[in-house]
Design a protein around this ligand. Sequence first.
Ligand code: ADP
Ligand code: MG
Length: 252
Amino acid sequence: MPSSISEAPALVQVRDMWKSFRHGSRKLDVLRGVNLDLRAGEMVTIIGASGAGKSTLLHCLGTLDLPTSGEILFYPPGGGTPTDITRLSPPDLADFRNRTIGFVFQFHHLLPEFSALENAMMPALIARISTRQAREQAEAMLDAVGMSHRLDHRPGELSGGEQQRVAIARALAMQPRLLLADEPTGNLDTKTSEEVHELLFRLNEEHDLTMLVVTHNMELAQKMPRVVRMADGRILEQGLGSSDDPDRVPAE
Ligand code: ADP
Ligand code: MG
């Protein structure tokens, strides 16, 4: 393992990304030249006022939406030539998304008719992985998020924090290289938010999982190793991304 994040290989590089929406007769530039580098194993927090473009950035990065211009370069696991995912064909993009990206949203979006285990198995079943393997992966992730005692519960039989833990397990069941979380605790009370944030932090540390987390919670942001601020479709500040950074806010 690299001795510090600053020596870790690049995972993704966003280069001069623009995203415009047409709103009536007007063109709305929502992302205006975003540059962002994420290294493997890094945990990056995005803060910024509502409307700054945070969700749009995550959607483009996660290939749920296509930027108007710019590059999103993903590096293969062992290093080497990156792929500009904005140029992939729709089927290749869907495959890439399924294997590489995990999403967690503000609302858990669990399927109410299915158990925690079935929900967490869903991405693997969609990817046509065998039921046995899907179950093994889902159980392992539900265990990692502390939910192995609630496998058979439906979302309605779980607390808000537990629902979000299951959503995180589902996002991680395919072992993505990048977890994108858009205000994952925006719908939770303070104590539960803290618990979910601690879980994300632990998953980053223990599983070396790269994540980009949008949050409104400044207390949480201060505990994070690297914070990026967005305003008006641009990234204003960028931390050094190094745990050796002397100016870094201590995690404890
Ligand atoms: P944030 O997540 O930082 O609150 P968003 O990325 O959701 O911000 O939105 C940034 C801006 O882009 C907002 O002003 C929003 O109204 C606008 N926007 C987002 N999606 C669309 C869309 N599909 N069509 C038009 N405008 C949009
Ligand atoms: Mg948003």
